[in-house]
Design a protein around this ligand. Structure first.
Ligand SMILES: Cc1cc2nc3c(=O)[nH]c(=O)nc-3n(C[C@H](O)[C@H](O)[C@H](O)COP(=O)(O)OP(=O)(O)OC[C@H]3O[C@@H](n4cnc5c(N)ncnc54)[C@H](O)[C@@H]3O)c2cc1C
Length: 563
């Protein structure tokens, strides 16, 4: 929240706000050149420039554009390259926060969970989570706790929790460790594909008039004579040229990087982020067959761990390790990998080993600092909005699940600060790109929602695009074409990591797919052999970091004797 006693923003012009739309506008291609032309051709200040193309920044762009404000969003890499493609993929209230007594956060998240399922039914699905019980006290303890969780969800509930017998638990979780198993408790939460939702949100923002540009890092903030931030300098990484954009308010939504942006305005800014990283390991589906997830409420270090079925695989995580340096490609620590493997081994009948890991991915939580928190696991997942003396507005913290509510708060504050005409937030019932009344079944294109039919139509035009790109994964050439033509994919990594999820599901298979993906992209983008070779090499180097070496401290993936 803005602090009292701040200098008042100088008076701004009154933006012309059109009728507030509540439904998605006509689908529109994400065309980078067109977006760039808009930035280059702009002669008046934008109402808002947003720095950061993760859930927070893109959510804010959707909200602001849908209110009719003129928005520019700049992302230094690809949309979703940061934390927002590296989550546990849960749309959840957070059972753990209930245990911490943060009832208001849980209620907010449960409400947002329901809103998100309503507005993006093609991407959010219900998932049953089973808490296995090995001790007598776990039935009353978790049984009552999860009933409270159900009650807090109220009309946004996904299903009632219930106690399971040993047999019912084994029916849902055939691979769970059987020795000492008494039964389980099942409850319901949501699951999603984080980077696909992000791309659909970018499309939604663009359909409401936002200008969105990837591969455009902000390198400087421009200050006026009055000391207030009044724009940004960015770099177009493709052309290597400088971009300047004036703004009535600049919103810093750079996630774990937001202190670096704050220091561009005030070099002595006291850091507000306490970054912490979380690691996930991905295995074959056979480790968790069936349609239920496992939730372990108390690991050896007192955290929660999940094993969830996702895109035909099993994702297990996560950890919470405080770190000092933030990077776009954080690396797993050997002890984090060991910890996830050991915990999985305690609950699964066949303990997974290092050879079973198909991919390891790491994300950084942009947690907001709190003076007395003894560990990052104890830091609040609430979001914080702060306006520095320079007028730079920073929004950080929160969760993917609550991105819409965060955006609403952020744009309310930003509009007030910039003295823009007040417009009510329209996102409560705003359908997200891809919304389909009847999601297109469980086929490989299900998560594209209403776009699935247009993608299939491309295969009818060119049957070669229907061919699978790798026997281990369901992706086809047509998805590469779609990602380039419609979703602003610029690199092989964009396609294999965030438009499809190949890198996160199976790093070796993704690496083997790279030459085919580069060939299809080069044809679409009219680029030559040099580009293809560079792209394949860069992607394969990256993919090697998502592999785990067969022996701890070996040659791949992890730091400490690794690549
Ligand atoms: C391990 C882990 C598991 C999680 N699981 C869940 C979950 O299951 N459910 C849930 O609800 N939440 C989950 N979260 C939380 C959620 O993922 C984050 O809160 C959310 O993704 C943060 O989004 P963000 O936009 O703030 O940050 P980011 O996604 O990191 O986005 C910030 C963006 O800013 C860009 N940027 C930085 N500097 C610049 C610059 N100079 N110019 C332009 N752009 C810049 C970055 O490249 C980046 O893309 C999890 C988090 C972690 C770490």
């Amino acid at each position: 929240m803005p602090r009292r006693g701040k200098p008042r923003r100088r008076s701004g012009r009154a933006a012309t706000i059109g009728a507030v739309p509540v439904q998605r506008r006509e689908a529109q291609r994400l065309d980078r050149q067109e977006m760039l032309n808009r930035v280059l051709g702009r002669t008046s200040p934008w109402d808002m420039v947003i720095i950061g193309g993760g859930a927070t920044g893109v959510g804010a762009a959707v909200d602001a554009a849908a209110r009719g404000y003129e928005i520019l969003l700049l992302e230094q890499s690809d949309f979703g390259k940061g934390t927002s493609s590296r989550s546990t993929k849960l749309v959840h209230g957070g059972v753990r926060y209930l245990e911490q007594g943060n009832v208001s956060l849980v209620m907010e998240a449960l409400r947002e969970r329901g809103i998100l399922r309503q507005n993006a039914p093609h991407l959010v699905s219900d998932l049953a989570f089973v808490v296995p019980r090995y001790d007598w006290w776990e039935a009353p303890f978790y049984g009552v706790g999860l009933k409270i969780y159900d009650l807090l969800a109220g009309k946004y509930g996904f299903g009632a929790s219930q106690l399971l017998s040993r047999e019912e638990t084994l029916a849902r979780l055939p691979t769970i460790r059987r020795e000492g198993l008494r039964g389980g408790v099942v409850y319901y939460d949501g699951q999603f594909d984080d980077s696909r939702l992000l791309i659909n949100l970018v499309q939604t923002a663009a359909e409401h008039g936002a200008t969105v540009l990837n591969y455009a890092p902000v390198t400087q903030l421009i200050k006026g004579a009055d000391g207030f931030v009044q724009g940004v300098v960015a770099r177009d990484l493709e052309a290597g040229t400088e971009l300047r954009a004036a703004a009535r308010v600049v919103i810093n939504a750079a996630g774990p990087f937001c202190d670096a942006i704050r220091r561009m305005a005030e070099p002595d800014a006291v850091p507000m982020i306490a970054p912490s990283q979380g690691v996930h390991l991905v295995f074959e589906r056979s480790f968790l067959p069936g349609n239920s997830a496992i939730m372990v409420p108390h690991t050896a270090d007192g955290r929660v761990m999940f094993a969830i079925p996702w895109h035909g695989h099993t994702v297990v995580g996560t950890t919470d390790t405080p770190i000092t340096d933030v990077s776009l490609e954080p690396r797993p620590l050997p002890e984090e990998i060991n910890f996830v493997l050991e915990t999985a081994g305690q609950y699964l009948h066949h303990a997974p080993g290092r050879n079973d890991v198909l991919s390891v991915f790491v994300g950084i939580r942009p947690l907001v600092k709190s003076g007395d928190a003894s560990s990052t696991a104890a830091l609040s997942r609430d979001h914080t909005i702060r306006i520095d003396d320079s007028g730079l507005l920073t929004i950080a913290g929160g969760k993917w699940t609550t991105y819409r509510h965060m955006a609403e708060d952020c744009i309310n504050q930003a509009a007030t600060w910039a003295r823009l005409p007040e417009v009510p937030c329209p996102t409560l019932n705003l359908r997200i790109h891809g919304y389909a009344d009847k999601p297109p079944g469980a086929g490989s294109l299900a998560s594209y929602g209403s776009d699935a039919a247009a993608i299939e139509a491309l295969v009818k035009e060119d049957a070669s695009l229907g061919r699978s790109l790798h026997p281990a994964l369901t992706y086809r050439g047509v998805e590469v074409v779609w990602a380039v033509r419609e979703e602003m994919s610029r690199t092989v990594e964009d396609v294999l990591a965030r438009r499809t999820r190949a890198l996160f599901l199976n790093a070796r298979a993704a690496s083997e797919m790279a030459p085919q993906v580069a060939a299809i992209m080069a044809k679409e983008l009219a680029l030559g052999d040099d580009w293809k070779a560079r792209q394949v090499q860069a992607f394969q180097e990256l993919a090697s970091k998502y592999l785990v070496s067969p022996v701890a401290g070996g040659a791949m993936g992890e730091p400490g004797g690794e690549s």
